[in-house]
Ligand binder design. Structure first.
Ligand code: TXA
Ligand code: MG
Length: 349
């Protein structure tokens, strides 16, 4: 199959690109287009044929469920149900963060085909803020299933060029609207009612992302799921995308906590993924690096690091070195999401 690439004119808006994408999706096809987090591979969530194409283009195992994108919190009919016991929390969260990078797990509605949720009784719903994605949702008028537009287990794409490297020849269209604003996948949460009267509701973070623990805190008691508990891939309901080899470069990724922990092998070539490129952090001068990339040059800013994260990881992966060493990142705010992706990328092949 030939993969066409259409660019969105950032001044005139998504018009023609959105029309082409919508026409293909209405014909049961799948299209890659940007969300604010990463590029997604979108298809009609109510059509089994379209959903099957998403799984096969990605090479994704059928037991790993997809996220469903909707136009707004009012467009959930048939897609998901909001249990009365978490209704208040749901509305507060969606008012604060939708459209935006927050995905919420809810009981599944009848319109979403079973393959989307891998047979689970729950569905992950999200409302993207990206202009082209919003335009396509409006034109199609149906919920869209859209996982990240990479081959299964690989690095998520944050540019159209990265999507082409992953899916060229496997899908009919890639919509290019530039680099993604956030750079890491949405935060995924499950909602729980208060355990006692007058207690706060509980927000369980299944995947850390741009809506940070700190941002969720005003809305309830935030619990971040321990990935070592939820990473065996046996219970997808408990382990969203926490299969260990997720988000992985082909090059081994090393995560020394301190410079002294790095033990290079004789004759091996290593590249460094530095946080802020500051020699004081102890990594720059530690080794004769084959290449150095800096996530946030200067003072080190997590949003900047997030935007550049997957592109730089992909670049270092393409060098063909024997190992990529990633400096430790701060653990607050967006750092939690970045550390989570590094851990998973480092643990697999
Ligand atoms: O930012 C994002 O969320 C991007 C953009 C394209 O929307 N999408 C994305 O999708 O990251 P994906 O498929 O790569 O990751 C979604 C994760 C999967 O790992 C899946 O296991 C989890 O969400 N998930 C989906 N439905 C679930 C459910 N019902 N219960 C628990 N986890 C679920
Ligand atoms: Mg993914």
């Amino acid at each position: 199959m030939e993969t066409n690439l259409i660019e969105v004119d950032l001044f005139t808006g998504p018009g023609e690109a959105a029309r082409q994408a919508a026409a293909l999706i209405e014909a049961g096809e799948v299209v890659a287009m940007p969300t604010e987090t990463v590029y997604g591979l979108a298809g009609d969530a109510t059509r089994a044929d379209a959903v099957a194409k998403i799984f096969s283009a990605k090479g994704r195992p059928a037991h790993d469920p997809l996220i469903v994108h909707v136009r707004s919190a009012r467009a959930l009919e048939g897609v998901a149900e909001v249990p009365a016991e978490v209704d208040d929390l749901f509305h507060k969260l969606t008012e604060a963060f939708w459209p935006g990078p927050l995905t919420i797990i809810l009981p599944k509605g009848p319109d979403v085909v079973d393959a989307v949720t891998a047979g689970l009784p729950t569905v992950a719903v999200r409302c993207s803020d990206a202009p082209v994605f919003k335009a396509v949702l409006k034109l199609v008028g149906r919920p869209l299933a859209a996982p990240s537009a990479n081959r299964f287990g690989r690095i998520s794409p944050t540019s159209a060029a990265a999507v082409m490297k992953e899916l060229d020849g496997r899908i009919p269209l890639v919509v290019d609207a530039g680099a993604c604003r956030e750079g890491v996948e949405s935060t995924i949460v499950r909602l729980h009612p208060p355990e006692r009267e007058k207690a706060k509701p509980r927000i369980e973070v299944l995947r850390a992302g741009p809506v940070t623990r700190e941002m969720l805190k005003p809305f309830g008691k935030v619990e971040v799921v321990n990935r070592s508990v939820a990473s065996d891939g046996v219970e997808p309901a408990e382990a969203p995308g926490l299969l260990d080899s997720h988000y992985a470069p082909s090059t081994p990724l090393l995560l020394p906590q301190k410079p002294e922990d790095f033990q290079p092998e004789q004759g091996s070539r290593y590249a460094l993924l530095s946080y802020r490129g500051d020699p004081k952090d102890g990594f720059l001068g530690l080794h004769d690096w084959a290449e150095v990339e800096i996530l946030s040059p200067g003072s080190g800013k997590l949003p900047e690091a997030a935007v550049r994260f997957y592109a730089l990881l992909r670049r270092l992966d393409e060098l063909g070195v024997d190992g990529i060493v990633a400096e430790p990142l701060p653990t607050h705010g967006l750092g939690l999401a970045l550390n989570d992706r590094l851990q998973r990328a480092g643990s697999g092949g």
